[in-house]
Design a protein around this ligand. Structure first.
Ligand code: CP
Ligand code: NVA
Length: 298
């Protein structure tokens, strides 16, 4: 059976192992287990971190990555996802896909005979959350029992994958978001089924109280651009600023998957301040990608 990474649920039983492998690989302990293997990376949306970290990960592991922008391949002219999956499966060993639609992600995985990795879609961003949990473990020395508070768009890929990832890792999670942007029930229910402690509320004085980790993400995800003005209005009051950080635990860390939009979801003083770990988090995408490939291929 091939291993796909479409949702955080796919790594439910192996998450801690992947995180520990990533931490080990960061120390330089890895072999070239992807030697002779090729990854096709299909991007329907822009990317800095995901593209570069996967490309460098493949190179470090002895393999090779091919960047395919949707507009440059026949998928952009109407070739079906099914045929694209079947054709790419004849050439390469693994496909990474950044897609507008979670349905298309599942369709590609269904028809590919090789593993498919979700490099972000409208519902989940599992590779990012694996890197985030690795970063938390690095900074805090543990995962279980910590409290993470996420501010902003609760109905996006990061919020959904964090709900699942925190539940699996034993981290308590609170989503602080305007009611209209609360997470999809499916993810909240799944997180609770996994034993996760989940709270959801609108912004309030004590929203960041007792938090070990404060997280935010853009208010306008790729694909939401048409709602930009409406969203900026709806999220007023949700900017992670020094007052929100001051009410968290004194040793709380600030995380953001990036790209960040300063003055909107986070104040630059926080994002570039002493509690921020955003650039370690970005670096850890590389080590986490390598551990994900190890999980798939070893
Ligand atoms: N965090 C993240 O996935 O960044 P990119 O969009 O640059 O890949
Ligand atoms: N939620 C953001 C994440 C970017 C890495 C988006 O989908 O645009």
């Amino acid at each position: 059976m091939k291993k796909d990474l479409i949702s955080m649920l796919d790594v439910k039983d192996d998450l801690e192992k992947i995180i520990d492998d990533a931490i080990e690989m960061k120390k330089g302990n890895y072999s070239q287990f992807m030697k002779g293997k090729v990854m096709a990376m299909i991007f329907e949306k822009s990317s800095t971190r995901t593209r570069v970290s996967f490309e460098v990960a493949m190179q470090k592991l002895g393999g090779h990555a091919i960047f395919l922008s949707k507009n440059d391949i026949q998928l952009g002219r109407g070739e079906t996802i099914e045929d694209t999956a079947k054709v790419l499966s004849r050439y390469v060993d693994v496909i990474m896909y950044r897609a507008f639609s979670h349905e298309n992600m599942k369709e590609l995985a269904k028809h590919a005979s090789i593993p498919v990795i979700n490099g972000l879609d409208n519902e989940e961003h599992p590779c990012q959350v694996i890197a985030d949990l690795m970063t938390i473990k690095e900074k805090k020395g543990k995962l279980k029992g910590l409290k993470l508070v996420y501010f902003g768009d609760g109905d996006n890929n990061m919020a959904h994958s964090l709900l699942l990832g925190c539940a699996i890792a034993g981290i308590k999670i609170k989503i602080v978001s305007p009611r209209k942007y609360w997470p999809k029930e499916y993810y909240v229910n799944k997180a609770r089924e996994l034993g996760g402690e989940v709270e959801i509320e609108e912004i309030n004085e004590n929203a960041s109280k007792d938090a070990d980790i404060i997280v935010t993400d853009t208010w306008v995800s790729m694909g939401d651009e048409a709602e930009k003005e409406e969203r900026i209005k709806a999220f007023q009051g949700y900017t992670v600023d020094e007052s929100i950080m001051a009410k968290a635990r004194p040793d709380a860390i600030f995380m953001h998957c990036l790209p960040a939009y300063y003055g909107y979801e986070v104040a630059k003083e926080v994002a570039h301040g002493p509690q921020s770990v955003i650039f370690d988090e970005a670096e850890n995408r590389l080590w986490a990608q390598m551990a994900i490939l190890k999980w798939i291929f070893e």
